[in-house]
Each structure stands twice: as C-alpha cells, then as structure tokens.
Design a protein around this ligand. Sequence first.
Ligand code: UDP
Length: 371
Amino acid sequence: MEKILVVGSGLAGATSARCLAEAGFPVTVLESRRHIGGNCFDFRDREGLFVQLHGPHVFHTSDIEIWNFLTQYTEWRHYEHRVTANVNGKLLPFPINLDTLGLLYGKTFTPVAMAEFLRAEVANSNFPSPPANFRDFIVSQVGSRLYETFFHHYTEKQWGKPPEKLSVEVAKRIPLRFNHDDRYFTDPYQGIPLKGFTEMIRRMLDHPNIDVHLETDYFDQREEYPAALTVFTGELDRFFNYRFGKLEYRSLKMDFVTVNKERYQPTAVINYPGEEPWTRVTEFKHFYGQEHPKTTLCHEYPAEKGHPYYVVYTRENLAKRDLYMGEVSKLEKMGGYIFCGRLAEYRYFNMDQATASALGKIRAWLKNRKA
Ligand code: UDP
C-alpha cells in the first residue's frame, strides 16, 4: 500500500490518521511537539490533577455523526460548561441572559423586558448599518454600555488589537439569551473525555497501521518521508513558505498554580472583561469532576509569540487566507495533499469542526480513489 504522511497529531491529524489506517494505508504521523493531542493535550500534574496545558477545551457538537465517531475512542463525562464574567468583583452569567442583566441592574427581567431594554440601549448607540466588524456587531445587538462592560477590554486583550479590526464572525460566537439558560454551549452533545483528551487521541492513534514520531518537524524532514498523500494540519502560510505574506496567529501564556483548597471558583471559567492583564481563569477540576483536596487553575495571558493557538480574523488575514486556499485547492485536486484543521485551513474551528473537516476530506479522498 502507498505510504501516507500526516503532519500533526491534534484532532484533525488523529482523525485523518485513523480513517486512513482503517482503510488499510500505512500512516506515519509527524508531531513536532513532545506530546500528541495538539492544543487539547491534557495530563495529570504532580498532584494527580488533570490540567489542559494549552488552555480550556470543552467538547460540544450538534453533529451526531461527529459525536459517534469520537465515542468510538472514549467514554464521556457529561459536562455542561458554564462561564461567569467578573464585573467589578461581581460574578455574572455569560453569555448575557436574563439573570446577567438582572444582577447587573438589580431588577428582574422578562424576555420582553430584556428585548425592550436592549432596543433602547442600541437606539442610544452609534454603529453603521450593516455592522461590519466585531465592535459594531456587538453594539448593534446590545448597545455600547454592555459592549464596554463585557466585550471591549476582553477582546482587546485577547487579540491585541482594536475590536474594530476583527471580523463579525468572531462576535457571532457569543449568543444572547432571552432566557435563564446559563450554559456556554447549547449543543445537544457536550462533555469531557472520561480519561482525558490525550487518552482519547492516543486511542485514535493506536492502530497497527499508524506510526507516530514525536519531536519531528515536518519542515526539517519532508524529503525523508515520501508519501502518496500528505495530510497537513500545521500552519498554512509556513507550508507555502509565506508566499503571500505571513498570517497572524495568537498565542497564550498560561500561568498554572495549584492551591490548597478543594474548590477555588464557582464556575470552571471566569472571564475578566476589565483591566486585569489576564482574560480568564480556568479551574480544571470542574471539567473532570475529580475529588481532591487541592485544585489547579490557570490564568491566561494572550501573547503575540508562542505556539499558534488562534487564527486572527482580520480583513487582511482573511484576504491572505483566500490566496493560500487557492493554492490548497490546486494541490488537493491533484490528490497528493489534504489540508485540514484550524491552522491548515486558517479557520476559527471548534474541536468538532476540525474533526468534521478531517473526516469529510479523508472520506472524499478515499471515495475518489475507488471511483
Ligand atoms: N469575548 C468577549 N468577552 C467575553 C468572552 C468572549 O469579548 O467575556 C469575545 C472575545 O473577542 C473572544 C470572542 O468573544 O475572543 C470569542 O469568545 P470564545 O469564548 O468563543 O473564545 P475562545 O473560547 O475560543 O477563546
């Protein structure tokens, strides 16, 4: 059988490797880091507490097919993610719902009262129509006061640029709730792999046709691994030697600390939309439901340098992405390459979307070969 190379062992890479291995191909996975699992890598720290080294990851999807696919490799701990925003020391449900406004303004909101309130807030705010950037979109939904309270500083910290530079798509990740639902995600399927994300991915890669090489950078060694198909999940611009210029990525500096108490904060994640230098604090115990006298948390400080965690949706980056994707389409059509995942497609994918993209592209490739 022809050899296949998969670059990266995150969800997109592991999904691709598994499907191709099951179709009978020998697959070599090259991973530049010391661990598999990409950015959803988790492990038990010295205390035995689960930690997500690259920041909080909660799986959620409305796609039963993706849920069923991953369920072959893990059992799930049912977990519904809840986030609060620390606004001047007060913890408010986030995304904004009836109770957020109730606690903020000290009165009860019905859905109708909330709609009327927001209409008045928006009417007193300035934004162009149609709104064409993050700031204007949020202001068009909630007005400038709530924008300032929950979004302005957080977004500036997270992306290191004015929210006016960011695409509406980023703003659309955050819903508005005219009810009391305080879950961060409303997808029907959500959870944390019972034994962790790394274990789930380890099982995906555990197949006689799959060979994983850690600490191996594809770009240093690509000639050594001739392959009939290369599935690339790394940085899109680097693959093409920055032909159309550099794409921006956003990184995070994670500051972990273990404290001597059972529970540190009421929700797994607390967002800090104010002047604090960090964006959010995660207490991982909530995810994994561990019983332990201690607990580990992490403060996130967004950073320009470091591992690429986020793609940055500005007009310039998205225009460059289109140029690169033109080249990707040509390569994919010839059948020797597949680009999938957040970094290789330069899309702000959630984990289910990265998995779905890989599954879709690999299945199409396999079908084409049979035809
Ligand atoms: N956001 C914000 N305030 C918050 C949470 C999110 O302004 O309290 C904005 C911010 O720009 C962020 C975006 O909404 O980058 C998307 O948030 P999400 O929670 O989806 O970010 P992720 O979990 O991917 O870091």
